[in-house]
Design a protein around this ligand. Structure first.
Ligand SMILES: NC(=O)c1ccc[n+]([C@@H]2O[C@H](COP(=O)([O-])OP(=O)(O)OC[C@H]3O[C@@H](n4cnc5c(N)ncnc54)[C@H](OP(=O)(O)O)[C@@H]3O)[C@@H](O)[C@H]2O)c1
Length: 269
């Protein structure tokens, strides 16, 4: 049983599976016949999502209310990853941004971001890979961001957290290949979800063509996982952006990112 082959008992655990990209993963995987384990903080929303998916696709949906920016929340999900029935695919998707440049931020907010975007991803990946490498099957998708390819938002520690997720996933993915286990970083660009509203970031000036649909991001991610890619960047426009971020001269990138610097400075007031 691998991520390529349909099997009636495949089970995926998705963090942040009640909204945005995580909900799109949940709907797509349930439609493809996967059983699900969904993790998020809001227990009511988890129950609604479980009812929707079991009603529509007749797969089992376990729910785990947990705050992954806490040790207790991570430990609860680690226990599930070590238990039966086994999880074949882990999607570390839950993540947040902040609407404050670093100089005006607080240690509490920055630590909360790092605990969710970095620490929880490290802990759950390790917890999932132990049984997966023993069984010699399974996969982990860590949802990162195009923002992780450069310091594109000056004063934003979000992009640094996502640089860690991409580098970590690529590195760990190389080490798990001999075990038949895949680890892939998924790096979307702007995607229409609740993400920016939750952070209080005003995106009204972002042109429509820059936005991706969560369903399309998930389609391309699952295609890239099947191909064995270590890093998935959905949509040609963001593939070009990543090539630019990797190869353009630093001075040019600095000019381009000045606009973002102005926006963050003005809006978080
Ligand atoms: N949207 C974009 O433009 C974009 C672009 C690139 C990358 N990404 C990345 O994509 C991932 C998903 O983002 P999204 O846009 O789909 O966000 P979203 O619409 O805001 O959904 C976030 C999900 O994560 C859960 N969550 C938030 N904080 C949590 C916590 N402390 N513990 C457990 N669950 C938590 C939320 O449920 P509860 O509130 O109930 O906990 C919700 O299910 C993130 O890692 C983000 O960095 C997003």
């Amino acid at each position: 049983m691998t991520v390529d082959q349909p099997d009636t008992e495949r089970r995926a655990l998705i963090t942040g599976g009640t909204a945005g990209i995580g909900a799109a993963f949940a709907r797509r995987l349930a439609a493809d016949g996967w059983h699900l384990v969904l993790v998020a903080r809001d227990a009511d929303r988890l129950a609604e999502m479980a009812a929707e998916l079991t009603g529509r696709h007749a797969r089992t949906v376990e729910t785990i209310p947990a705050d992954l920016s806490t040790d207790d929340g991570c430990a609860t999900v680690e226990r599930r990853l070590a238990a039966e029935p086994s999880v074949e695919l882990l999607v570390n998707n839950a993540g947040i941004s902040l609407n404050k440049p670093f100089l005006r931020s607080s240690v509490e907010d920055e630590a909360r971001l790092l605990r969710l975007n970095v620490h929880a991803v490290m802990r759950l990946t390790l917890a999932a890979l132990r049984p997966m490498t023993e069984r010699r099957r399974g996969a982990v998708i860590n949802v990162s961001s195009v923002a992780g390819f450069g310091a594109v938002m000056p004063g934003s520690t979000y992009s640094a957290s996502k640089a860690w997720v991409t580098n970590f996933s690529e590195s760990v993915g190389q080490s798990t290949r001999p075990f038949g286990v895949r680890v892939m970083a998924l790096c979307p660009g702007y995607t229409r979800t609740e993400f920016h509203d939750r952070a209080g970031i005003n995106m009204s000036k972002t042109p429509g063509w820059m936005w991706l649909r969560a369903d399309d991001v998930v389609d391309e991610a699952l295609r890239d996982l099947r191909k064995g890619k270590l890093v998935s960047v959905p949509a040609w426009k963001y593939k070009l952006a990543v090539a630019g971020l990797r190869h353009a001269p630093r001075r040019l990138l600095d000019v381009v990112s000045r606009d973002t610097r102005g926006r963050i400075g003005r809006e978080d007031g």
